[in-house]
Design a protein around this ligand. Structure first.
Ligand code: NIG
Ligand code: FE
Length: 406
């Protein structure tokens, strides 16, 4: 656990608060102050009260940009091994689905995870979490789904919690038992869903589950099976989200909307009925341009429909060994602008306030007194630069609840 002062003050050249429905909420020559992990003052230096100015240390001027810390709301970063060999196969023409049907893909990572001890899994996963934090992230969602039996799913979720404790950041865990069918349940998806619903109860009772997800797809689980998982979540009062309409339109976005889900994720093949269902339920659209990029997809998410219906768009890395070995959320913002034509402002909102909402968190994602002192410092001149640079990192530091964590 990283420790440090939970009260402090900082002056900076430019503050990006995002504290308005549109625009960056830009304040030049600004001051930020926090107490006990919560922001107490956000505003121009010229109008800051003397009590705040007195708290500024002589070296407390940052000659760059300060934004809300980034929120990565969709990752599978706890895993063992890697799938570089499949990357090579895909470059030779095999599709993601071909590889999955041949027993590779997700199931090859399942084999590696089942063979790994909890400590080995932590050792393999911590550097990935550190890389995300070093590029601005202070809140991270981590899914299970590479264990597919009770003990291995538990191990993944325990490692996720340990990552949060070790790095001093917020980790939200998601049970993704319905990710793939493990070999011991071959031909019996219904039986597997029954088993996974039982594990959900156990793991939830152990305090390991903040949300429930499923992979609703031809190579994953059917809408009817997904619905059963969602009903089990609802019975426990656990919110749901969904890998929806990534490779085909099975009505996943409409289904997650029907369950008042936190988010519908991927959604490349979602139609207008799905978008309307998400809007009605307040479900966030989580765009995952890393997977789109790596799989060389061509069908874009329904961006115009999302905008015209006013569905908030979040961006996440989807960090995983198969479709998105992506270790920077800022890089995902870049890909979202390039592939999906998001504006840099939409990308920053997508990686902060909308991503927080996709996790059901209303205490972060913008800089406003009363909210968490989760902020990132960047050695850039303009906010658009955050979604502009490829590679490297302009991140000069990250605070989580007032603590420096990077
Ligand atoms: O979000 N689509 C399902 N889940 C992941 C990929 C997992 C994997 O291939 O290991 C995704 O793309
Ligand atoms: Fe995913």
């Amino acid at each position: 656990m990283t420790t440090g002062p939970i009260s402090g003050a900082l002056a900076c050249r430019t503050l990006i608060t995002l504290d308005a429905d549109s625009g960056y909420g830009r304040i030049d020559d600004a001051v930020l102050a926090w107490d006990n992990g919560l922001l107490t003052h956000v505003g121009p230096r010229a109008s800051a009260p003397t009590s705040v100015l007195q708290r500024l240390q002589p070296d407390a001027f940052f000659d760059g940009l300060v934004t809300p810390a980034l929120v990565d709301c969709h990752t599978h970063l706890v895993f063992a091994g890697n799938r570089a060999a499949e990357f090579e196969l895909r470059l030779q023409g095999a599709s993601y689905e071909d590889i999955a049907r041949a027993g590779g893909g997700i199931l090859s990572t399942v084999r590696a995870v089942r063979d790994a001890s909890e400590d080995a899994l932590l050792d393999a996963s911590l550097p990935r979490a550190r890389a995300l934090v070093a590029d601005g992230v202070a809140t991270l969602e981590i899914k299970s789904g590479y264990g597919l039996d009770l003990d291995s799913e538990r191990r993944m979720l325990r490692v996720a919690r340990r990552i949060g404790d070790t790095l001093g950041i917020t980790v939200r865990t998601t049970f993704l038992g319905a990710h793939a069918l493990p070999p011991e349940f071959a031909g019996d998806a219904e039986g597997y869903v029954d088993a996974a619903m039982g594990w959900l109860q156990v793991l939830h009772a152990e305090g390991l589950v903040d949300a429930v997800d499923a992979f609703c797809e031809g190579i994953g689980f059917s809408p009817a099976q997904t619905r059963r998982m969602f009903e089990a979540a609802r019975a426990l009062g656990v919110p749901v989200k969904l890998h929806a309409d990534q490779l085909s339109n099975l009505g996943g976005a409409a289904l997650v909307g029907e369950f008042d889900g936190l988010s519908g994720d991927h959604i490349e093949h979602t139609d207008e009925a799905g978008v309307i269902a998400m809007k009605r339920a307040g479900t966030v659209a989580v765009l995952l341009p890393g997977a789109f990029h790596v799989l060389r997809e061509t069908v874009l998410p329904p961006l115009d429909l999302l905008r015209s219906h006013g569905v908030p768009m979040a961006i996440a890395t989807d960090c995983n060994p198969g479709t998105s070995p992506l270790l920077s959320l800022r890089q995902a913002m870049q890909l979202a602008c390039t592939h999906f034509r998001l504006t840099p402002e939409e990308a920053l909102r997508g990686a902060t306030v909308h991503a927080a909402r996709a996790l059901g968190l209303t205490d972060r994602g913008v800089l406003r007194p009363g909210l968490r002192a989760d902020f990132a410092r960047w050695s850039v001149s303009e906010p658009a630069e955050l979604a502009y640079w490829l590679g490297g990192s302009p991140c000069a530091g990250v605070h989580s609840g007032g603590h420096p964590v990077a």
